[in-house]
Design a protein around this ligand. Structure first.
Ligand code: 5CA
Length: 441
């Protein structure tokens, strides 16, 4: 992509309405545009990042055997009346009437709808477990939408649902998601810690939030620093291996605000390991047994007996993750963003010095650009006539992890190449390709 032809509407200055760095950067680099309070359009740069995050989330759901479906955004109120949540959900739910005067709503979550889908098709315990997910827009009429896409009204979520015959099997499903979440966030180079959490309007009594540390986070957290050392790499999908993983984490006190108990914290965590800080909730998993299956009559036949299925639900804030990664990776002091390669909007940027009367640098840049494209490396080339220092400043904000700079001292064998936050080196195109490919794997 040529910068001059791209739709990346960069702002000169930080927008004053934005209070945290992710919101500032996303507006400044034209990733999103607000359309009304808490509702955003996703422009090419932001959309590319979000789609890459979505794909990682998808692959890690598939890896633990969850099947993808797609449910609609608009739901009928009938099923919510069955579960009893239609009234309980309160003003956060956007209620809509259709032309027949039927009560509809824009889904804030999908426990009811997925239970309705399940109960009409699955009749025997032999078809269990069923693990289903979708990635779909949600709407919650938040009282105070804020921080851009971090707490907005319309957001993109992966939500998954599990159906099992017993508590024991249901916990096994829960633990599969536990592992898949750790793997998902690791691929985005985030260290997300699972914390015992409150269940709010979703319900149940077992729940973990996955939280990444950030000063600007809205969740207060209390944790034992040793939890960062827990190794999940040797865990496999077997029941015992997964429950060991849970135990390895749960050994360490780690809770969100609502679950905090000062005495327990001080009793369980030696002084030097106590960490009291803030974080961003990027995922949340729940086990709630028959909270929905019972009132909605979702049961299976178990050797002639009717058993209500045991359910859990599992969310990841796909759109929130875009902001969360910025909060975790943006270097405030040097004003440099560096996207993890796995979610970066482009793999490499080429910054030639271009002037009106001499297009030789642009030709060299185009040549390299074509070479990289042939190797499946996604490149953004800045073909504008801005001077080099303002190009570098601009690209430091765009956060593409690699840069090739083409100026007067260009040489085929010693091309100026740098990782965005490191010193330049002078190497051949083959070596450049190798370095980029190494980082992509
Ligand atoms: N049904 C359950 C699990 S699927 C559920 O809805 N869980 S949730 O309420 O915790 O939401 C799941 C994730 O969506 C959260 O962890 C968070 O990352 C994201 N999320 C929730 N509310 C918002 C919001 N207003 N703006 C952006 N992301 C949000």
């Amino acid at each position: 992509m040529y910068f001059s032809k791209s739709f990346i509407p960069i702002l000169k200055n930080n927008p004053t309405e934005a209070k945290i760095k992710s919101h500032q950067l996303m507006l400044r680099t034209g990733m999103i545009k607000q359309s009304s309070a808490g509702i955003y359009s996703w422009l090419p740069l932001g959309f590319k990042v979000m789609k890459k995050i979505e794909q990682i989330v998808r692959e890690e759901q598939n890896n633990v055997g969850v099947q993808e479906i797609l449910m609609p955004t608009i739901q009928s109120s009938d099923i919510w009346k069955e579960s009893g949540r239609y009234e309980d959900y309160g003003e956060e739910m956007l209620r809509i009437k259709d032309r027949q005067n039927r009560e509809m709503l824009y889904g804030p979550t999908n426990e009811e709808l997925v239970t309705e889908i399940f109960r009409t098709s699955i009749k025997s315990y032999k078809s269990l477990p069923q693990l289903l997910y979708h990635i779909q827009w949600k709407f919650r009429d938040e009282l105070r939408p804020r921080f851009g896409i971090m707490r907005c009204r319309e957001f993109y979520m992966k939500d998954a649902y599990s159906f099992d015959i017993s508590d024991d099997e249901a916990i096994y499903s829960y633990n599969k998601f536990f592992l898949s979440y750790l793997n998902t966030f690791k691929r985005m180079e985030l260290s997300a810690i699972p914390m015992a959490a409150d269940t709010g309007p979703i319900g149940g009594n077992l729940s973990h939030e996955f939280v990444i540390l950030a000063d600007t986070g809205e969740s207060k957290i209390y944790t034992d620093k040793r939890i960062f050392e827990v190794d999940s790499t040797k865990t496999n999908i077997e029941k015992n291996s997964l429950s060991k993983l849970r135990t390895d984490f749960e050994k360490y006190y780690s809770v969100t605000d609502e679950k905090f108990n000062k005495n327990e914290f001080e009793k369980n965590v030696p002084d030097e390991f106590r960490l009291q800080t803030k974080g961003i909730e990027v995922g949340h998993i729940f086990y709630f047994g028959d909270k929905y299956s019972k009132p909605m009559n979702a049961s299976v036949d178990y050797n002639g007996k009717k058993e209500f299925v045991k359910m859990g639900s599992y969310g990841i804030g796909v759109s929130r993750l875009v902001g969360a990664i910025i909060e975790a990776k943006y270097d405030d002091k040097n004003e440099i963003m560096k996207w993890p390669m796995s979610v970066s909007p482009y793999d490499c940027a080429i910054l030639p010095i271009v002037n009106k009367n001499d297009n030789s640098n642009l030709e060299k840049a185009t040549n390299i650009y074509n070479n990289l494209k042939n190797k499946n490396i996604d490149v953004l080339i800045d073909d504008t006539e801005e001077n080099l220092s303002s190009k570098v400043k601009k690209f430091n904000l765009l956060g593409i992890p690699f840069q090739i700079i083409i100026g007067k001292n260009f040489s085929e064998q010693k091309i100026e190449f740098k990782e965005i936050d490191k010193k330049p080196e002078f190497i051949s195109l083959e070596e450049i390709i190798k370095k980029i490919k190494n980082k992509s794997n």
